[in-house]
Ligand binder design. Structure first.
Ligand SMILES: Nc1ncnc2c1ncn2[C@@H]1O[C@H](COP(=O)(O)OP(=O)(O)O)[C@@H](O)[C@H]1O
Ligand SMILES: [Mg+2]
Length: 372
């Protein structure tokens, strides 16, 4: 019998809409001869609904949200998803593999992974620990800089620390980081809560703005006129690292507007500078794999870099920027595009992700949980 794969999408996240597009793109590319697809939609309010699919006029599949059908989860592994309608049980289903595709808050930070872990079923992508580390820009940088992966100079502080001693933190920023710098909320995505700051006055204002999104803030040195590079990492039986690509943002930096709204950012696949510089190509690939392993990633990740100079390092070099564990999955997103450029099409990516989820689950399931 075909395995039942449940795509979980939407979410209480600023990337809710992108997640819907990503989910539809998976729906249109998953091998329906091999898998039976089921959908769970999480609304912006955080409610779980059943999502069914239909084929539209342009012969594309589309998820349709059954607002009246709520989803409950059960520890009974033979009937782990229960569909409720007006407080009545409508059906019970056994999901074999979960495929969370919620970008950002609630989906990429280990929270949904925790729920799936308790359901004791395989799920696609990074586990709880790895997801929460990668979502946290401060933890990611702390861990990677300890492992000698180059990242820009940074410092971080909490809301209370800022309240207690704003002036010494400002002095430290001026001394250690200097301007321009980037102020970032520690755990968001899509450039929300990310600000480029040119002086002390802006620092004060943007720190205040960033604290609206997070209790902890990161201030990091700016890479000047950076080239933004992205690499896809896919785990099948082994770790596959794509040829890098470059994003040329339409804005001063790759802001929310440049990512999703103005449609004017340009993509360069493959990244030309690396195609002409074997050592840079090697560094990008080796570092991406190393970062994937250090941060305990599984299944997939998109590893982002900045190439350029900084105030303290005049010679242009490569800096690890961040790791996205549930990268955009739309047909025009970098993650599938980079792999597709290397001949790995979306259908194959989805297949690899599902099979590596099953392998990971089997390994974990063998671990002893009894002491005697
Ligand atoms: N240190 C930096 N130097 C130059 N540009 C940066 C720096 N940090 C971030 N940026 C710019 O801000 C964008 C968003 O920052 P990033 O850390 O990737 O956050 P997000 O998780 O929201 O994508 C980057 O794509 C880049 O354009
Ligand atoms: Mg980014």
């Amino acid at each position: 019998m075909n395995k039942k794969v449940c795509i979980i999408f939407g979410g209480k996240s600023v990337e809710h809409e992108i997640s819907i597009i990503s989910a539809n793109s998976i729906l249109n590319n998953i091998d329906m001869r091999k898998y039976k697809v089921f959908g769970i939609f999480i609304s912006k309010k955080g409610e779980f609904h059943e999502a069914i699919y239909r084929i539209n006029k342009s012969l594309k599949y589309n998820f349709i949200i059954k607002k009246q059908n709520k989803v409950l989860f059960s520890g009974d592994s033979n009937k782990n998803v229960i569909i409720m309608n007006k407080n009545q049980i409508r059906s019970k289903t056994k999901i074999d593999i979960f495929f969370p595709i919620i970008h950002g808050t609630g989906g990429e930070d280990g929270k949904i992974q925790g729920l799936l872990e308790l359901l004791n079923k395989p799920y696609v992508g990074c586990d709880v620990e790895s997801s929460s580390i990668c979502m946290d820009k401060i933890l990611t940088k702390e861990i990677l800089s300890n492992k000698l992966v180059p990242t820009t100079e940074f410092l971080h502080f909490s809301k209370d620390e800022w309240k207690d001693d704003e002036s010494s933190i400002t002095k430290e920023v001026v001394k250690k980081i200097a301007f321009p710098c980037f102020v970032k909320a520690s755990n968001l995505g899509s450039s929300v809560g990310v600000f480029k700051v040119k002086n002390k006055k802006e620092l004060k204002n943007k720190v205040r703005d960033a604290f609206k999104f997070s209790e902890r803030i990161l201030v990091e040195q700016a890479v000047l006129r950076p080239e933004e590079i992205e690499v896809s990492v896919l785990e099948d039986k082994k770790i596959i690292v794509s040829t890098p690509g470059r994003v040329i943002p339409s804005d001063d930096f790759y802001s929310y507007n440049a990512k999703y709204l103005d449609g004017e950012s340009i993509i360069e696949i493959p990244y030309k500078r690396a195609m002409n510089a074997p050592s840079l190509m090697h560094e990008l690939k080796v570092t991406s794999k190393k970062v994937f392993q250090i941060l305990l990633c599984s299944g997939m990740a998109r590893v982002d870099f900045l190439f350029g100079s900084t105030k303290s390092q005049k010679k242009a070099k490569l800096y690890l920027s961040e790791v996205n564990t549930i990268p955009g999955f739309t047909e025009i997103s970098m993650f599938p595009k980079l792999l597709s450029n290397d001949g790995i099409k979306l259908k194959k990516i989805i297949d690899s992700l599902i099979s590596s989820a099953e392998v990971k689950f089997k390994k974990r399931d063998k671990l002893t949980t009894d002491y005697y």
